[in-house]
Design a protein around this ligand. Structure first.
Ligand code: HEM
Ligand code: HEM
Length: 239
């Protein structure tokens, strides 16, 4: 039998790829920033001291923060089957080591990456760009932001391991191809959006408290964290 090549929806590939790319750049520049200004847990000596890296990191962090809401919308709507399912915990205690167990675990890790990234973005927004140049390395949110880096790296490593286990290299690579099926063509997106818009019941948004109760709790928590991150940092700048 010819092995089938896994297919990923184009919108997923775009949002996942953009988020992932900006995030990886934020992670690398974060390490360089740590190497330049901190280094308490070890340094990489060949990496030059480069003061401007802090601002570059802030920029990639900000790009990630701007794209992430699109990915969250996708993941909790069209992509919801690839996130942890409500009965999943009981599944994890059964059929250990069976293929279905690995799928369940990989969906948990997908969800974990979203939580880890929310924390990294929130703690990033709580940072002050003057702390490190002033040598202030003891701030609560600086430690929080450092921890978020470690959590994020572990989450991505697990994500890659899980996907490698579930589908091997073809599955990993299926996230990085440009080909798409006719029904996935961006030409159709205008129609999809129009159909979605006309399907919205009048009053859906005005009744947002009810909308909140119908959405997964985790999704609501992520939206609240993202909005709070922007509002708190805005108030700090104004205050
Ligand atoms: C850099 C290399 C990466 C590769 C090769 C990769 C690969 C994949 C693959 C193959 C899937 C489909 C999994 C499935 O069907 O269950 C997936 C889904 C997912 N990935 Fe990644 N990924 C990468 C990076 C990231 C990063 C950095 C994040 C951080 C946010 C991330 C978050 C997710 C999430 C949340 C899903 C589920 C999406 C949905 O709900 O449809 N991935 N990834
Ligand atoms: C997964 C890892 C990380 C992500 C996703 C991330 C993301 C972010 C985000 C979103 C901001 C706010 C940018 C803005 O609003 O302008 C930020 C700021 C900042 N981050 Fe990170 N960060 C990570 C790790 C780190 C680490 C390990 C350090 C340690 C040196 C660090 C240092 C900073 C500093 C100093 C700022 C303030 C600078 C500025 O806003 O220009 N970050 N980060």
């Amino acid at each position: 039998m010819k092995p089938t090549i896994p297919y990923q929806p184009l919108l997923l590939r775009l949002l996942h790829g953009l988020t992932g790319l900006c995030l990886v750049l934020a992670i690398l520049t974060a390490f360089w920033t740590y190497n330049t200004y901190d280094g308490r847990w070890g340094t990489v000596s060949w990496l030059p001291t480069y003061k401007a890296i802090e601002g570059i990191h802030g920029t990639f962090g900000l790009y990630t923060l701007l794209i992430f809401p699109g990915f969250v919308l996708y993941a909790f709507n069209r992509g919801k089957h690839r996130l942890a399912q409500p009965q999943a915990l009981t599944k994890l205690t059964h059929q250990v080591g069976q293929p279905v167990w690995w799928y369940t675990l990989s969906r948990f890790v997908n969800t974990l990456t979203l939580v880890a990234l929310t924390f990294a973005l929130f703690s990033g927004k709580m940072m002050d760009e003057k702390w490190l140049p002033n040598g202030e390395l003891e701030h609560f949110w600086y430690y929080g932001h450092l921890v978020s880096w470690g959590v994020m790296v572990v989450a991505i490593a697990l994500h890659l391991l899980m996907n490698a286990k579930v589908g091997g290299a073809p599955f990993l690579l299926s996230m990085f191809t440009w080909k798409f099926r006719a029904q996935d063509s961006p030409r159709l997106w205008k129609n999809h959006i129009a159909a979605w818009w006309s399907n919205l019941q009048p009053g859906t948004w005005s009744n947002w408290p009810a909308l909140l109760t119908t959405r997964p709790k985790l999704e609501v928590a992520i939206w609240i964290s993202l909005i709070a991150a922007w509002l708190i940092s805005l108030f700090k700048e104004l205050g």
